[in-house]
Write a protein that binds this ligand. Structure first.
Ligand code: MLT
Length: 313
């Protein structure tokens, strides 16, 4: 009898995805496995399924002597050393389409929550106080939204926020003019010009050497006074220290952050500021996205181990 190929799943994915894996393979569900244990066991597996916490780096891959595929249940692959995987002939497959709507909707939630101080007013009233004056907000209508990165998520936000009556502008040097036209977004050639003009700014780029810290002290300085910023993409694209200074000085009115330079993130000084709304990287945490992501990544693993072609991230 042919022995089944083995997969290890190190972070929570949807039950339906696990079922797909269990039907075709020997699947080990090890959501809380320590780094040390994973390093010891990884040579036993043909496939590895991760989200964003497991670091699939050179050290891990060098021990993964039987590994054929890493499935990333999600979009960003910044926790995976793509070069080291490619060198060893290991496929890295992600699921870029599966959770974009959820990430876009959370970003819109961050924009709305900031414009009307919803979390702060909620905490205030629940603490037994009643006052409206500290929570006066601003309308989104007629404001300019600057999107940095007009990929899948950025473009979903563009069309939705245009329906709020926002003027939508975007900076993305990697996207063809036709895409700006298709989404009725004004193309801004230089990041500085977007930063100077936007009332609300949201970033939607992957985390790469080029984008890490792309918004720092210098960039914040040229922003409009009272700008509001959302980051549901990756921690560190906006430098946290510079952001902190901008928020403290009042240059930046508020920020909504789902992602953090270090994750898991505890005791970040940004969390102490009243004008900062934070969530623990929940951009993709909806029922729909997790079902899509879990099933898609599982099918990719099964197909790859059958020798079928799967798209490499
Ligand atoms: C993604 O890159 O797909 C999201 O950040 C969600 C996640 O990390 O799981």
């Amino acid at each position: 009898m042919e022995t089944k190929k083995r997969v290890i799943i190190t972070e929570k994915i949807d039950e339906e995805g696990i079922k797909v894996l269990q039907e075709a393979l020997e699947a080990d569900v090890c959501f809380n496995i320590s780094r040390e244990e994973l390093l010891e066991k990884i040579h036993e597996y043909d496939a590895l399924v991760v989200r964003s916490v497991t670091k699939v780096d050179e050290e891990l891959l060098s021990r993964a002597t039987n590994l054929k595929i890493v499935g990333r249940a999600g979009n960003g692959v910044d926790n995976i050393d793509l070069g080291a995987a490619t060198q060893r002939g290991i496929i890295v497959a992600n699921t870029p389409e599966s959770n974009t709507m959820s990430a876009a909707e959370l970003t819109i939630g961050m924009l709305l929550a900031q414009s009307r101080n919803i979390p702060q007013a909620n905490t205030f009233l629940k603490s037994g106080k009643w006052d409206r004056s500290p929570f006066q907000g601003v309308e989104l209508y007629n404001k300019t939204l600057g999107i940095v990165g007009l990929g899948r998520i950025g473009s979903l936000i563009a069309t939705r926020m245009a329906a709020f009556g926002m003027k939508v502008i975007a900076y993305d040097p990697y996207i063809a003019d036709e895409r700006f036209e298709r989404f009725k977004v004004e193309k801004i050639e230089r990041l500085e010009d977007l930063l100077r003009t936007a009332d609300f700014i949201t970033v939607h780029t992957p985390k790469t050497k080029e984008t890490f810290g792309m918004i720092g002290e210098k960039e914040i300085e040229i922003m409009k006074d009272g700008v509001r910023i959302a980051n549901v993409a990756r921690g560190g694209i906006i430098n946290e220290k510079a952001l902190m200074e901008g928020l403290k000085s009042g240059k930046i009115a508020s920020a909504g952050l789902d992602v953090h330079e270090k994750e898991p993130c505890y005791g970040n000084p940004l969390f102490e500021l009243d004008n900062v709304i934070v969530t623990p990287h929940i951009g993709a945490d909806t029922k729909e996205a997790q079902e899509n992501v879990g099933i898609t990544v599982a099918q990719q693993i099964v197909n790859a181990l059958k020798g079928e072609i799967v798209p490499n991230a």
